[in-house]
Design a protein around this ligand. Structure first.
Ligand SMILES: Nc1nc2c(ncn2[C@@H]2O[C@H](COP(=O)(O)OP(=O)(O)O)[C@@H](O)[C@H]2O)c(=O)[nH]1
Ligand SMILES: Nc1ncnc2c1ncn2[C@@H]1O[C@H](COP(=O)(O)OP(=O)(O)O)[C@@H](O)[C@H]1O
Length: 215
């Protein structure tokens, strides 16, 4: 008769993707989740776009030039990459693989193109959440309220919002971001439930067998 042992169970890290039209609040929700949950790590993307006031290198993005971006894309250093609003964005591969390998979950704030690429390569490890704004006027108010983009940039983002939103049916979960705290709590619940999925619990058959052996 074997003693039961919960240490037989290890969890496979998951990839939690947040996408939304620009300004709907995915970065704010991501920050809130990171503060509340020590088990999840943010994937910091590389981008060729200019740094906004208040952003920090290595925290919000790694700001790199086009030549370096192209080289990373060519050599396979990016897990996924896409052109968004005329700039290039990509997810550095090594940081994600290291975190997942260590059993940590990884959070991504990326667009639908990136979510599709992750789904193609690792559907079982992916949990995707689409964040909608409550109204179009509120979306515009939030973009403006951020106070970091020119009128031209804001107009461009509003013009592209419809296309981004059209991808909502490709996501596992959809939330309407009325209240930040409620939205963070909703994503926390999703994360908590997804961590318990049977396929993510490596060693579960051995654990169950050890219980059955002692019965
Ligand atoms: N595919 C992909 N999209 C990204 C990545 N990083 C950011 N994005 C997306 O690029 C778009 C523009 O991001 P950003 O310039 O920070 O503007 P914001 O969304 O208005 O804060 C957003 O839709 C992001 O989700 C990435 O690594 N890969
Ligand atoms: N639920 C909300 N209610 C009011 N303002 C919000 C809400 N969520 C986000 N914001 C604000 O809207 C602006 C855009 O949010 P942000 O997280 O940068 O969006 P995104 O990353 O999707 O572009 C920020 O100024 C943020 O503080």
């Amino acid at each position: 008769m074997a003693a039961t042992n919960t240490s037989l169970i290890h969890r496979r890290g998951l990839m939690l993707v947040l996408s939304s039209p620009s300004g709907a609040g995915k970065t704010t929700i991501a920050r809130g989740l990171l503060e509340r949950d020590p088990g999840i790590t943010m994937s910091v993307s590389v981008t060729t776009r200019a740094m906004r006031p208040g952003e920090a290198e290595g925290l919000d993005y790694y700001f790199i030039d086009q030549q370096r971006f192209d080289r990373m894309a060519e050599t396979g250093d990016l897990l996924e990459h896409a052109r968004v609003f005329g700039n290039c964005y990509g997810t550095p591969r090594v940081a994600v693989e290291d975190a997942l390998g260590a059993g940590r979950d990884v959070l991504f704030a990326i667009d639908w193109q990136g979510a599709q690429q992750l789904a193609q390569n690792a559907r079982d490890d992916l949990v995707s959440v689409f964040v909608l704004p409550p109204t179009v006027s509120e979306l515009e108010r939030r973009l403006r309220g951020r106070g970091q983009d020119s009128e031209e940039v804001i107009a461009n983002r509003m013009a592209k919002a419809s296309n981004e939103i059209s991808h909502w049916p490709e996501y596992d979960y959809v939330i309407v971001n009325h209240d930040v705290d409620e939205s963070i709590a909703a994503v926390e619940s999703i994360l908590r439930a997804e961590r318990l999925r049977r396929r993510r619990q490596v060693g579960l058959p051995e654990f169950v067998r050890s219980i059955q052996d002692t019965l």
